[in-house]
Design a protein around this ligand. Structure first.
Ligand code: GLA
Ligand code: GLA
Length: 731
């Protein structure tokens, strides 16, 4: 079913199905009230334009330098809504911001009605005055184009801009993101406001650039205009109906199309049954359309204001849009990071994966956080529990450790009005300089101090994880078994690396794999020939590839292969799969070569090695003793195939084993609740040790380092106080 517009939790689960577990990020972006967001979600592969091309994500000639862009300062900011407050408050706000080390704001992304109070009449005087106050305090701005929240007068005049749901009902006015990206009236209105903003601010020295819209990606729109656009897209991709019918296998249930106009959308069909091939193409179409909509705006802005930079606030693991394509049209990546609670502290490896995925969505170029959680989130109720103030500082450093050159908190002060009265900013409505303000001020001063050290440094990783947007979408369409979750597969491997203290890059099918020693491609469900060729080349040249269950099952049309599984990856893996078992209502375990046993579940591929060696076996059931995990030599490289999903410790143990085999340095031993990450600059390493727990933790580094904040030498056994961190360098 089309889940494109359903926000999911950290593990990609629909929260209605799974109310706990996972990093729930409830929010209310779209029309459907209080959707829960997934925020570990992902991004994407190639877009579907016909013909598909790998050229879409070219490495930029020179990475965009955010610190240079911000006048040599590490970006430290807040999302600020001057239009929500009396003008007499602005000067006090700017003074308090400056005192906290803030040098950046994002403004205006929901202020369309203030900037265009009636059709074609513009008023930027209020925003000019706000900028003047902020700029005088050394604070520069990114302006949001306000298209995520069109004014009431626009809907009154053009009611058909509102999005239509799967049941053919248009959403009513009163939320935000309520528009169809194909609607010509909405596109015309978009061009008008974006052009006016660009003209007005093109030479403004206090405006650094633009954020396009706000959290693009939903809703999917099912109206006649969208349907016609999809049919046109299909025609461009397949050229003939014969080709489309063949690719989609429409002979099944006799769904063969004789005219382009007959092609439906994956809307409200009986039993929510769709052709999975049509549904995957619809996902691609939606994602590409979102990119096209973004490009309408970037084209205007680049033409009129070429000196200003352009970004967008992505949503980490959110997957209704392929960020690896969308972000190719931006100067740099920015994203919105709301860590939520799982245990007594936030699920830090989930946040780390999202940071790395965001960095990976634009060739590992440094990025920024445009909305960093600045207080407890909530809409009609408060969500979760209050974070200890120290965590707001640790989260900022976590972003930095993963390649952020900027952290901007959402929001400066909690709103008195509207839907987000319970979504806390740094300050509460009374503007009292509370504990969050104090810790944010401390962090601002420190990051200012570290600005020079950090400038030009980046994350370097010896290993990478492949995210396949096609596979992710195909699993959403047909989730395999209830417990299966593609994002959880990603997270298990990713956390294994992080627990072993190893930096990880996230790659997409169009990325260059060659620089990495290990590539993990969990549940690579959908593969096409170019991807198989790239993986083969990688292994032939000496790379180590880790595949997991349900790989190589589908072709690029979301059609099951007629080869023995894992299909086109069988030769690489050196295994054949003639039987499998969904892990429903049963206990299973894998038995490692050394006899250690690990609980396993979700899915069991029963492996028959052809050229591979058996490493681990199943412990129970009719296939006890059969291979669960194998290792195959291929060319100069090695392929591991993990036929099941095991407990987290299995990944930590296994990844250390593989890393040692291929000569990847394993980091220090880490207590639970402590993260280790490294940035590098000209051979110099900057180490980050982040303690998310409420008690002091010690990590043995085997040598002394210099504390980058105090200048003091730290002992080889470094102590990190509760909810605190260390930034260390070699002298
Ligand atoms: C998103 C949006 C913000 C704000 C927060 C909280 O991140 O971009 O405008 O609404 O959620 O709901
Ligand atoms: C019923 C139908 C078949 C097939 C199976 C499985 O038995 O008659 O056509 O669809 O269910 O869904």
């Amino acid at each position: 079913m089309p889940q494109s517009s359903v926000r999911r939790d950290a593990l990609g689960n629909n929260p209605r199905v799974r109310a706990s577990g996972g990093i729930l990020r409830k929010r209310g972006m779209s029309m459907r009230n209080r959707r829960v967001v997934l925020w570990i979600a992902v991004v994407s592969a190639f877009m579907f334009s016909a013909p598909r091309t790998f050229a879409q994500q070219k490495a930029p000639a020179r990475p965009f330098d955010l610190v240079d862009w911000n006048g040599g300062k590490f970006i430290y900011g807040v999302d600020y809504y001057p239009e929500h407050w009396d003008e007499s408050r602005w000067e006090k706000d700017a003074t308090m911001m400056q005192a906290a080390g803030i040098n950046f704001v994002r403004l205006a992304e929901f202020a369309w009605v203030k900037m265009e109070p009636s059709e074609g009449k513009f008023d930027f005087a209020w925003l000019d005055r706000a900028l003047k106050v902020l700029n005088a305090h050394g604070i520069k701005a990114v302006l949001g184009t306000p298209t995520a929240s069109p004014p009431a007068w626009l809907y009154a005049r053009y009611p058909d801009i509102a999005a239509m749901d799967e049941n053919g009902v248009r959403y009513g006015y009163g939320s935000r993101r309520n528009y169809c990206i194909h609607n010509p009236n909405f596109i015309a209105a978009t061009r008008r406001i974006v052009t006016a903003m660009a003209e007005h601010y093109k030479n403004h020295p206090g405006v650094l650039g633009w954020q396009i819209d706000n959290e693009l990606g939903d809703p999917d729109c099912y109206d006649a205009v969208s349907r016609a656009a999809f049919q046109k897209w299909c025609r461009a991709k397949y050229q003939t109906l014969e080709a489309l019918n063949k690719a989609w296998g429409t002979i099944f249930w006799g769904h063969t199309y004789l005219a382009w106009a007959e092609i439906p959308l994956p809307w409200n069909t009986l039993g929510k049954a769709y052709n999975p091939s049509l549904a995957l193409d619809f996902k691609r179409f939606q994602s590409e359309s979102t990119h096209d909509y973004l490009k309408i705006q970037t084209t205007i802005l680049r033409k009129i204001a070429p000196a200003k930079a352009i970004t967008h606030n992505d949503m980490g693991m959110y997957d209704n849009v392929d960020y690896s394509v969308l972000n190719s049209s931006l100067d740099f990546v920015a994203w919105d990071n709301y860590p939520m609670f799982r245990k007594d502290y936030a699920d830090y490896f989930g946040v780390s994966l999202a940071h790395d995925l965001m960095r990976g969505s634009k060739n590992n170029q440094n990025f920024m956080v445009m909305e960093q959680e600045g207080g407890l989130p909530g809409w009609n109720v408060f969500w979760g529990r209050q974070a200890a103030p120290g965590l707001y500082r640790v989260w900022a450093y976590q972003a930095v450790a993963h390649g952020a050159d900027g952290v901007c908190y959402f929001r400066w002060r909690t709103s008195r009005y509207g839907t987000e009265q319970y979504w806390q900013g740094i300050l509460d409505q009374d503007s009292y300089p509370n504990a969050r303000y104090q810790i944010v001020s401390q962090t601002g001063k420190e990051l200012g101090q570290l600005s020079e050290l950090l400038h030009g440094s980046r994350v370097v990783a010896p290993v990478a994880m492949l995210v396949s947007p096609d596979s992710r979408w195909a699993f959403h369409i047909q989730p395999l078994v209830e417990k299966f979750n593609y994002d959880q597969q990603l997270q298990l491997y990713y956390s294994g690396f992080r627990r072993a203290g190893i930096n990880v890059d996230v790659l997409f099918p169009q990325s260059d794999f060659s620089a990495y020693k290990i590539l993990v491609a969990p549940s690579l469900f959908v593969v096409d020939k170019p991807l198989v060729a790239k993986l083969t080349e990688f292994v032939k040249n000496g790379g180590t590839l880790i595949l997991s269950y349900r790989s190589g099952v589908k072709d690029e049309h979301n059609v099951v292969t007629d080869q023995t599984l894992p299909g086109p990856l069988a030769e690489l893996a050196g295994v054949a799969i003639h039987d499998f078992d969904p892990g429903t209502n049963q206990e299973q375990e894998i038995v490692a070569i050394d006899g250690a046993r690990f609980p396993a579940g979700v899915w069991f591929d029963i492996l028959e090695p052809t050229t591979a060696q058996t490493l681990d076996t199943y412990g129970k059931g009719y296939y006890a003793g059969k291979a669960a995990v194998t290792q195959n030599s291929f060319g100069k490289g090695t392929v591991f195939y993990v036929g099941t999903e095991a407990a987290p410790d299995y990944y930590y143990t296994g990844i250390k084993f593989v890393a040692q085999q291929v000569g990847v340095d394993v980091g220090p031993r880490l207590p639970e609740g402590v993260e280790f990450a490294v940035r590098e600059k000209a051979g110099k390493k900057i180490l980050f040790l982040l303690n998310y727990t409420g008690k002091a933790q010690t990590v043995s580094l085997g040598q002394t380092y210099q504390n980058a904040l105090t200048g003091a030498s730290e002992p080889a056994d470094v102590e990190i106080p509760a909810l605190d961190l260390k930034v260390l360098t070699t002298p």
